[in-house]
Design a protein around this ligand. Structure first.
Ligand SMILES: NC(=O)c1ccc[n+]([C@@H]2O[C@H](COP(=O)([O-])OP(=O)(O)OC[C@H]3O[C@@H](n4cnc5c(N)ncnc54)[C@H](OP(=O)(O)O)[C@@H]3O)[C@@H](O)[C@H]2O)c1
Length: 279
């Protein structure tokens, strides 16, 4: 079960760390990881598709010599280019092309197995703490193929834990029903809480670890009464007490302040009132 790892309360979200035109220099990523370790927050969330593999490569460089101090969560299911060497920059354009053609997702077991092996290579490690399917559709969960895939990946030792990342309560509920998850990842912002509160409660009762993302919803931040601080304090109150909430940042001070907000959640009734007003 997910509880055998100390995931800690705040994790690093790396969705934009190596994005086209927005990549953080290696020295900046090292500083970010230094801050996480100083704060005792070792969890990093990534995916093979973030920067079409560049994000995992960047993390490997920044973790060099200290990989064992981090918990790595990676995901697969979005297709992207996999060119190496000097052709690497083309991968991000291939991903955009696949998106445009509507061929950007694949959840065939043989493909996903290859994905985790590519991720381990890029991350320069022999296992990740968790491997998640990245936004799978319901029919994939219901197909019965994911059970065998996850069992194989765990038997090989490529991932200690497996699970699903999704914002769809139906997908998450079906995955929980089938016993597929040690870990789930879901949106954790105010507008997600109404639909996902039941899933989080079920996870808590079964010791399934919850990772929350997308707390700083840009549409809510347009409301002058909703600051980053209030949004994070509300989510920290609504999610299970052991949940890890991701902070998508390249700025160590933003990671630091986010953690301080998580550790000082708002009263639960106030958080539910806010969530009820933003469904
Ligand atoms: N389908 C999925 O599995 C999925 C979907 C969405 C997200 N995710 C994961 O979740 C992570 C986070 O989600 P998200 O990308 O939606 O990002 P987020 O963490 O909700 O928001 C990121 C934004 O908030 C700003 N920010 C962070 N901390 C701040 C602070 N203390 N004060 C002020 N601004 C702050 C960041 O700016 P700065 O850069 O200036 O700090 C950035 O603009 C992603 O990186 C990814 O790892 C997964």
């Amino acid at each position: 079960m997910g509880s055998s790892i100390d995931w800690a309360r705040c994790g690093l979200g790396t969705g934009t760390l190596a994005s086209l035109g927005r990549a953080l220099p290696l020295a900046g990523v090292r500083r970010l990881l230094d801050t996480m370790l100083e704060l005792g927050m070792p969890t990093i969330d990534t995916a093979d598709s973030y920067g079409s593999g560049d994000c995992e490569c960047l993390l490997a460089k920044a973790m060099a010599g200290r990989r064992e101090q981090f918990n790595l969560v990676t995901k697969a299911g979005y297709r992207h280019g996999n060119l190496g060497g000097p052709l690497r920059p083309l991968n991000q354009f291939i991903k955009k092309g696949l998106q445009r053609m509507g061929k950007h997702r694949c959840f065939e077991s043989s493909y996903l197995e290859r994905c985790i092996h590519h991720s381990l290579k890029r991350l320069k490690t022999d296992r990740v703490e968790a491997f998640l399917l990245h936004d799978p559709p319901l029919d994939v969960i219901q197909s019965g193929s994911v059970e065998a895939l996850f069992a194989k990946i765990k038997k090989q030792g490529s991932a200690l834990h497996t699970g699903i990342s999704s914002g769809d309560p139906e997908v998450l509920a079906a995955a929980l029903e089938r016993g597929l998850c040690d870990v789930i990842q879901s949106p954790a912002g105010l507008s997600a809480a109404g639909a996902l509160g039941g899933v989080w409660a079920l996870c808590e009762s079964r010791s399934i670890h919850v990772i929350g993302n997308h707390v700083f919803e840009p549409s809510l931040l347009n409301d002058p009464s909703l600051t980053h601080e209030r949004l994070m304090k509300a989510s920290a109150s609504l999610l299970p007490k052991s949940a890890t909430i991701l902070c998508g940042t390249g700025n160590p001070n933003h990671f630091r302040s986010t953690l301080a907000w998580i550790m000082d959640p708002m009263p639960r009734e106030e958080a539910w009132r806010l969530a009820a007003g933003h469904r």
